[in-house]
Design a binder for this molecule. Structure first.
Ligand SMILES: Nc1ncnc2c1ncn2[C@@H]1O[C@H](COP(=O)(O)OP(=O)(O)OP(=O)(O)O)[C@@H](O)[C@H]1O
Length: 96
């Protein structure tokens, strides 16, 4: 796991069990996606999402904003619940 993710998690601790799960999720997602390390916006944005906080992110195109909120959402989902749990609104046709 990249050291900056470990630093990020340790700088926003909840409890040891949650941190262990966060490590596993990050490691799994990044391996699946083929990412070697989180982008700057991902370093700042993913953990607040996993805590269920309201998050506003602003960064240039292609810097990883979509992956940031997708990874955050994936950690919030209850996979045994078969109903809509997420609504993503996009402001333009280009992003839809
Ligand atoms: N940590 C990362 N390492 C390598 N590639 C990444 C990483 N995060 C995202 N990417 C890739 O970079 C590209 C852009 O990511 P993403 O769509 O999340 O950016 P964005 O900021 O939402 O872009 P836009 O503003 O254009 O919608 C995608 O192909 C994505 O797979």
């Amino acid at each position: 796991m990249p050291t900056d993710i470990i630093y990020l998690c340790l700088s926003h601790p909840r409890n040891s069990q949650d941190l262990r799960l966060v490590y596993i999720y990050f490691e799994t997602y990044f391996v699946i996606l083929g990412f070697e390390k989180p982008s700057a916006i991902q370093q700042r944005g993913i953990v607040p999402f996993t805590k269920g906080l309201d998050v506003i992110l602003q960064a240039q195109s292609g810097t990883g904003k979509t992956s940031t909120f997708c990874l955050g959402i994936l950690q919030q989902l209850h996979y045994n619940v078969v109903e809509c749990q997420v609504l993503v609104l996009t402001p333009t046709c280009e992003l839809a």
